[in-house]
Design a protein around this ligand. Structure first.
Ligand code: NAD
Length: 367
């Protein structure tokens, strides 16, 4: 092969792949992996997020941020993070000087999301932020503005969008597999243990709705692909229960979408639920559980026949898929499928849900 045409081939197809194919001893140069700093070494970060870097193709864990030196030592040793890449909240800004850190994953209590997302953007880093994006629409807007100004990407940790059953449910619902969607039901809840930041409004921004009901809301939005235009909500909270001094327990809310779809949703801190159902003229798609860390289960009824839908085990789980997605967006200049605007859209509806419940009336939602 002439040198020129070989070079053209290498340039066009990816030099590593071609070289490896032409010469058994050659190996593709390892592609650059995006380096993440994890901020907040709590339960979700340490049990779900950090172990799943092992399944990533484009992301790696390079730095830790915590207020607890013992945690930095423990997880630093476990994941091989050197002392130079361990930070306290006070010296968080020093991440600016660490070129290994491309992105910051904010896994803190909700009311701290906006502050750390903005500080990360100001340090020139891309941001992945846990749900709920923040505790108000105003905070979400400030986060989006900060990332836009810094030229960094902003993605929200809606992991179900990287989970195969939920992706299939979206495709089936939006393509009218059981007929045009007429109704969605969605319920999420668990019986919450006392004595934690989730029950302190100053840290959580709200009760079950902010934490777990957001899965019902987000599902209604991703299954329809529409933004609700009206909400009616009703709350039930036993204020003498010490868990619910500052935050709500249960909220039922009904959404109306522009196409006429209704969604009947539940959020609860005192009963266990995890599911949704999409109902059309020819049947329904049922997911229960719908949004756990693993073990989704789908049942479909179409034209009078009910059957389970079983997917092969995915090569990459939702946690690794999410980490890799932002990494690929950074590497390729793409936009995340769950950008900051997606988190803001949920907060806009949550604010309307709270207003509807408080004022006991239907509330119109405008974009
Ligand atoms: P957690 O309580 O286990 O961890 C919170 C961490 O923040 C702790 O390490 C704590 O030390 C630290 N922290 C820093 N400042 C704090 C302060 N002022 N008060 C309290 N803690 C402080 O909580 P978690 O379950 O890991 O939740 C963290 C975030 O992750 C929340 O936003 C939550 O909604 C989100 N989350 C998402 C999922 C999901 O499936 N996507 C699951 C669980 C939690």
């Amino acid at each position: 092969m002439a040198t020129g045409s070989r070079r053209a081939l290498l340039g066009g197809l990816g030099a590593g792949m071609v070289l490896a194919g032409m010469n058994g001893r050659s190996r593709a140069a390892p592609a650059r992996r995006i380096g993440y700093a994890i901020v907040g070494l709590g339960s979700y970060a340490t049990r779900q997020v950090m172990p799943n870097f092992a399944g990533c193709d484009h992301a790696r864990l390079v730095a830790l941020v915590s207020g607890t030196p013992a945690k930095l030592d423990q997880y630093g040793a476990q994941y091989g993070i050197p002392a130079t890449h361990r930070y306290s909240y006070a010296d968080f800004e020093r991440i600016r000087d660490n070129p290994d850190i491309d992105a910051v994953y904010v896994v803190l209590p909700n009311s701290l999301h906006a502050e750390y997302a903005v500080r990360a953007a100001q340090a020139g880093k891309h941001v992945l932020c846990e749900k709920p994006m923040a505790t108000s629409v105003a905070e979400c807007a400030a986060m989006i503005a900060a990332c836009r100004k810094a030229g960094t990407k902003l993605m929200i940790g809606y992991r179900s969008r990287f989970e195969p059953y939920n992706r299939l449910a979206i495709d089936l619902a939006r393509s009218g597999y059981v007929g045009r969607t007429r109704l969605i039901t969605a319920e999420h809840g668990f019986a919450i243990r006392p004595d934690q930041w989730r029950l302190d409004r100053a840290l959580s921004g709200g009760g079950s709705m902010m934490d777990i009901g957001i899965y019902s809301l987000n599902a209604a939005r991703y299954l329809t692909g529409e933004e609700p235009v009206e909400v009616s909500a009703i709350e039930s909270t036993n204020r003498s229960d010490p868990r619910f001094r500052t935050v709500e327990d249960r909220i039922g809310f009904q959404l109306r979408f522009p196409s006429g779809i209704l969604a009947n949703c539940l959020s609860s801190y005192s009963s266990g639920h995890n599911g949704y159902r999409v109902i059309g003229a020819q049947g329904w798609i049922n997911m229960e559980p719908a949004t756990p860390y693993s073990g989704q289960s789908m049942m479909i009824r179409k034209d009078g026949v009910t059957a389970p839908r079983i997917l092969p085990v995915a090569a990459k789980n939702q946690f690794a898929g999410q980490l890799d997605h932002l990494a690929e967006c950074i590497l390729n200049g793409g936009t995340p499928i769950v950008p900051g605007e997606e988190g803001l859209a949920d907060l806009r509806v949550i604010e309307a849900i709270y207003r509807s419940a408080a004022e006991r009336r239907h509330v119109a939602i405008s974009a």
